[in-house]
Design a protein around this ligand. Structure first.
Ligand code: NAD
Ligand code: WQD
Length: 331
């Protein structure tokens, strides 16, 4: 298949480019590089030994997107492009609503015009908000109360309605849990600009000495050890999930959780990282972070049943690969 990957230079997008190229698909990337670098695509070429095409465009720009659809005949689109910092979305709501929902509409409209029927969308476990764990695809959504979370729920709705009006459309709404780790080559990974918001990149930067210590946001949650529980998934497993979703997609709208189904607390992750890499991480307990929930983990049975996909990599590999990338590449 010939696939358009928006946001393909980013963390999850670059690993998905690798998975698709290795499976024999052709890839065209559209990314404005607002949170990434073209060097990541060079690394994708290096890992796979294969070529991919790259357009540096903003995918909210309908005319530019159409220009790409005119030039190439796509079999499907994977739409990663988006802004993803929860705190920033509270400070810049209009930028988040515009970027994340308009990009979805522009791409869906181009798909309709050019007869592209497969659409895979990067959604998030954040759409479940405060539901009971494990989160199941059939649950009523309660998106986390921030603009970022709402843009994901809105984009899901937009795509569901669009698919209902277009016979033959096949849409996968992939709800990622907490993607971490990096490609085992150490060549691509998560390279946040500024101080990381997410736990794993914060940990790797503390381990590297770039940050003094990890602050653990709350130890009084009703969880196994009082710290927040999340479902961490290796980014390469997540990338393979996209491949399976794309290849196995049937007409209609399908929601899939992509996680491991296992919850890990902050303290458990810290211990796993220390053990996997033979390091000690300076930590302190701090106040809860506003907006955080106690527990989030997936029921992953639907993806396994319908896509034949299951995460294979464990916490040790996630910690080793994240640390290898941190030590090596500055991209
Ligand atoms: P990322 O920031 O590394 O990648 C996003 C990419 O999209 C970047 O390369 C950025 O330059 C590009 N981009 C943003 N807006 C654009 C626009 N208007 N036009 C063109 N390119 C644009 O983030 P990621 O972690 O790889 O996330 C990819 C997707 O998955 C996002 O939609 C994100 O919301 C979603 N997601 C991420 C996580 C996570 O924890 N990383 C969890 C759930 C969902
Ligand atoms: C994980 C746990 C924190 C940093 C966010 C988004 C979500 C999704 C993934 C895109 C929590 C704790 C963290 C730190 C800490 N993104 N923590 N010290 O909050 O589950 O999800 O990223 O869709 O929408 O909200 O991930 O990595 O920020 O936090 O103690 O310095 O680590 O409190 O329990 P989260 P996270």
């Amino acid at each position: 298949m010939n696939i358009l990957i928006t946001g393909g230079a980013g963390f999850i997008g670059s690993h998905t480019c690798v998975a698709l190229l290795e499976a024999g698909h052709s890839v065209v990337v559209a990314d404005n590089l607002c949170n990434s670098s073209a060097a990541a695509l060079e690394r994708v070429r290096q890992i796979t030994g294969k070529e991919l095409l790259f357009y540096q465009i903003d995918v909210t720009a309908a005319a530019l997107v159409e220009g790409i659809f005119k030039k190439h005949r796509f079999d499907g689109v994977i739409h990663f492009a988006g802004l993803k910092a929860v705190g920033e979305s509270v400070e810049q709501p209009l930028e988040y609503y515009y970027n994340n929902t308009v990009s979805t509409m522009v791409l869906a409209a181009a798909c309709r015009k050019y007869g592209v029927k497969r659409f895979v969308f990067s959604s998030s476990a954040t759409v479940y908000g405060e539901n009971e764990v494990p989160f199941v695809e059939t649950m009523a959504l309660r998106p986390a109360a921030n603009p970022y979370g709402r843009t994901k729920a809105m984009s899901e709705q937009i795509l569901s309605d669009a698919a209902r009006a277009e016979p033959g459309w096949a849409v996968a709404l992939l709800r990622y849990f907490n993607p971490v780790g990096a490609h085992e080559s150490g060549l691509i990974g998560e390279a946040p600009t500024g101080v990381p918001n997410n736990l794993m990149p914060y940990i790797t930067q503390v381990a590297r000495g770039k940050l003094a210590k990890l602050r653990i946001f709350g130890d009084d949650y009703p969880t196994i050890d009082g710290t927040g529980v999340r479902d961490y998934i290796h980014v390469c497993d997540l990338a393979e999930g996209h491949l399976r979703a794309l290849e196995g997609l049937r007409p209609g709208v399908h929601r899939y959780n992509l996680g491991t189904g296992r919850g890990t607390s902050v303290l458990q992750l810290v211990k796993a990282f220390e053990k996997a890499n033979g390091l000690k991480l300076p930590c302190e307990i701090a106040a809860r972070r506003p907006g955080d929930i106690a527990e989030s983990y997936a029921d992953v049975s639907k993806a396994e049943r319908e896509l034949g996909w299951k995460a294979r990599r464990d916490l040790v590999q996630m910690c080793r690969d994240a640390w290898r990338f941190e030590q090596g590449a500055e991209i």
